[in-house]
Design a protein around this ligand. Structure first.
Ligand SMILES: *Cc1c(COP(=O)(O)O)cnc(C)c1O
Ligand SMILES: [Zn+2]
Length: 378
């Protein structure tokens, strides 16, 4: 096995990585420390998927890799307010969202250490991804979701053979429900489990390779639980430490105004997510009022010289319709990130290299999109 250690972000206790743990005995979040390397000539010979960066990923036995040949999604230039922005097409994954990056590494790791059963909670897409990769790995799983999750995501999780648990109330109620199950079962959490971020970091590696082995100046991505923010931060830092890029791009992290604890904290100049009164948002996938890794997300965005932006429901809806009219069929949560781009490019005229992302596929949210259509007919 590769030399990997789990380190507590609170008390700095170190654990060997092959134990099926997901948090420190002190309750703190675990982070991963491991060596990464980027043999460019070797990388370029490998198939176009995220496992081409195997020297930077925690799995070394090929038979443990659980994969649908995911990743290396195209970056398509789209014009916003007169500027071209490269949009990474991460809605084109096996399960319809970029969460497959994290699920592929996390479930591969679970297989490598002999885990037979996992639990996960999600607002939908992470549950879909964990369920699909468990199906491929022959690992059984229990997925907990809020009862009001989009029906297409519920159908998808069930079809993969997972045990689906519908929890009444908000996203936090679901998080509490899974914690009791996680006392006895491996918690394949996309917020607690640090192996998930070892997958989402490939988002950064791919952008670097697809930009001609260079980092763009700015990245515009969503922030709910921060799986993409933390992956982007870890990934570009790996490249910086390897001497392959001079600096990490500025990270612009987007929240829905109706649920924006990180945006609030940023402008209140505090280091922990703010307590907020959340209201419902079209962007169900980033409706996270109490992000577990909030402190780390705030630190990453600030250290990248980036900032937080909060978008309104009207802006999300307008961005959604505008992308659909251009032929990009994305889900409302994905549109929240896109909604921030026109103002960002206009308020930062000195930045010429922008990359953003379509995070989830529109076919996951048919009923929400139909509701928007009906509303606009009235
Ligand atoms: C999960 C998700 C996000 C946001 O990711 P976080 O990890 O919560 O920050 C954005 N869009 C879609 C479609 C998602 O599934
Ligand atoms: Zn600890």
């Amino acid at each position: 096995m590769k030399n990997i250690q789990l380190i507590c972000s609170e008390c700095e206790r170190v654990y060997p990585a092959d134990q099926p743990i997901w948090r420190c005995t002190c309750g703190g979040l675990l982070d991963i420390e491991m060596e990464t390397s980027f043999p460019i000539q070797e990388i370029q010979k490998k198939p176009p998927n995220m496992w081409r960066y195997q020297e930077a990923l925690p799995i070394d036995q090929p038979e443990n890799i659980i994969s649908f040949s995911e990743g290396f999604t195209p970056i398509i230039p789209v014009e916003f307010a007169g500027k071209m922005v490269g949009i990474k097409q991460d809605h084109l994954f096996q399960t319809g969202s970029y969460k497959d990056r994290g699920a592929s590494v996390l479930i591969s790791w679970a297989k490598a250490i002999g885990v037979k059963h996992v639990v996960e909670d999600s607002s939908g897409n992470a549950g879909c991804a964990i369920a699909a990769y468990c199906a491929r790995a022959n690992i059984s799983c229990d997925i907990y979701v809020p009862a009001n999750t989009s029906p297409a995501k519920l159908a998808q999780i069930t079809q993969y053979g997972a045990n689906l648990h519908l929890i009444p109330g908000n996203r936090e109620a679901t998080a509490n429900a899974v914690l009791s199950a996680a006392r006895t079962t491996y918690y394949a959490s996309h917020s607690w489990n640090p192996f998930f971020f070892q997958g989402t970091k490939t988002f950064a590696y791919e952008i670097w390779e697809q930009s001609g082995f260079q980092a763009p100046q700015a990245i515009v991505i969503p922030a709910g639980n921060g799986t993409l923010v933390m992956g982007t931060w870890i990934g570009f830092n790996d490249l910086r430490k390897a001497g392959l890029i001079p600096t990490v791009p500025r990270i612009f992290a987007i929240q829905a105004k109706n649920c924006a604890p990180l945006y609030a904290a940023h402008y209140q100049h505090v280091s922990e997510p703010s307590r907020i009164n959340a209201s419902p948002t079209l962007a169900e996938g980033i409706a996270i009022a109490e992000p577990i890794r909030g402190k780390q997300i705030l630190e990453a965005v600030r250290r990248s010289n980036g900032t937080f932006v909060a978008v309104t429901e009207d802006e999300i809806q307008a961005a959604l319709i505008s992308m659909h009219r251009k032929g990009f069929y994305i889900e409302p949560t994905a549109a929240a990130t896109i909604a921030a781009i026109p103002n960002l490019v206009q308020s930062h005229p000195g930045i010429d290299q922008w990359v953003s992302v379509f995070t989830g596929h529109g076919l996951k949210s048919t009923e929400k999109i139909m509701a928007i259509q009906e509303q606009s007919l009235q």
